[in-house]
Design a protein. Structure first.
Length: 275
C-alpha cells in the first residue's frame, strides 16, 4: 500500500465538487482580503488565494495598505460587514506589531469570517457547534476522512498550539472522540509523548524536527510545516519517518494544497451562514 497521503490529488477531487456547488448558487461569491505591511511570504499566500478564487469563479478583492491605523482598518472591515455583495472577509496574518490582531479579527462579522479566527467562531469550535473552522486545521481533518481513518479512541498528538493550526486541530480531533494530547515549546519529554501517538500532527515551523525515533511504528503522520532548507521541506524528517509510518503527508503536495481548497469550502459555508 502506498504510504503517501497525496494532498494534491485529494484537493483536486474536492475542488471539482466545490465548483459544482458554486455553480448551483445564484449569487456571486466575493472574498475581500485585507493585507497590511510588506511581507513577501504574505504576498505569496495572498496570490495563491487570488488564483484559486479566479479558478473556481469567486470574486476576489485585495485591500492592501503599507500602513493603516487600527481604528481605520476596523472601520473598513465594518463597511464590508454590512455590504451584502461581500460574502467573506479575511485579514492576512501576520499584521504589523502596532496593530492589535485580536481586535481586528473580532471586528469581522463571524458569518463572513472565512479564517474562523473571531472569538465567536472559536467559541463554536470549542463547544462543538456549527461555525467556520480555520482552513489548515480543517485540511488536516479532511485528509484523515478521505483516507477513511477512524480517529475514535485513537491517541492523537498535536505538536504546536497556534490558533490557526495546532489548537483548532486538537479541538476538532477531540470533537471526533480521539484522545488528544496538545504539545508545544514548553512540553517536557516530547519524544516520549510523540512515540505513543497513533496519529501525529506536526505544526511547529522547525525543519525536519520530528525524527524517526520520535514516531510510533505504523502511526499516521500529518506534516503541516513548510520550511526552506536546501529545498522545501516540512517539520518531519520525511525520508526516514516514512520507513516507520503507515501513512504520511509529504511537503509539498500534502496539507498545503488542501488548505487552499478549504478556503473555498469556507467561502461557501460563509455564504450559507448568511442566508
Amino acid at each position: 500500500m502506498d504510504k503517501i497521503i497525496n494532498g494534491k490529488e485529494i484537493s483536486e477531487s474536492i475542488k471539482k465538487d466545490l465548483i459544482k456547488e458554486i455553480s448551483n448558487i445564484n449569487d456571486r461569491l466575493k472574498l475581500v482580503v485585507y493585507q497590511v505591511g510588506n511581507n513577501p511570504a504574505s504576498d505569496i499566500y495572498v496570490s495563491k488565494k487570488q488564483n484559486i478564487c479566479s479558478e473556481v469563479g469567486i470574486d476576489f478583492v485585495l485591500k492592501k495598505y503599507d500602513s493603516i491605523r487600527e481604528k481605520d482598518l476596523i472601520q473598513e472591515i465594518e463597511k464590508d460587514n454590512t455590504d451584502k455583495s461581500v460574502t467573506s472577509i479575511l485579514v492576512q496574518l501576520p499584521l504589523p506589531k502596532e496593530l492589535n490582531e485580536k481586535n481586528i479579527l473580532n471586528a469581522i462579522d463571524y458569518k463572513k469570517d472565512v479564517d474562523g479566527l473571531s472569538i465567536i467562531n472559536q467559541g463554536h469550535l470549542y463547544r462543538n457547534e456549527k461555525g467556520i473552522v480555520p482552513c489548515t486545521a480543517l485540511a488536516v481533518i479532511k485528509l484523515l476522512e478521505k483516507k477513511n481513518i477512524d480517529v475514535v479512541g485513537k491517541n492523537a498528538v498535536v505538536v504546536g498550539r497556534s490558533s490557526l493550526v495546532g489548537l483548532p486541530t486538537a479541538l476538532l480531533l477531540n470533537n471526533m472522540n480521539a484522545t488528544v494530547t496538545l504539545c508545544h515549546s514548553k512540553t517536557s519529554n516530547l519524544k516520549e509523548i510523540t512515540k505513543k501517538a497513533d496519529i501525529l500532527v506536526v505544526a511547529i515551523g522547525k525543519s525536519k524536527y520530528i525524527t524517526k525515533d520520535m514516531v510510533k511504528k505504523d502511526s499516521i503522520v500529518i506534516d503541516v510545516g513548510i520550511n526552506r532548507d536546501t529545498k522545501l521541506c516540512g517539520d518531519v524528517d520525511f525520508d526516514n519517518v516514512i520507513k516507520k509510518a503507515s501513512l504520511i503527508t509529504p511537503v509539498p503536495k500534502g496539507v498545503g494544497p488542501m488548505t487552499v481548497v478549504m478556503l473555498i469550502n469556507n467561502i461557501i459555508n460563509c455564504y450559507h451562514l448568511q442566508k
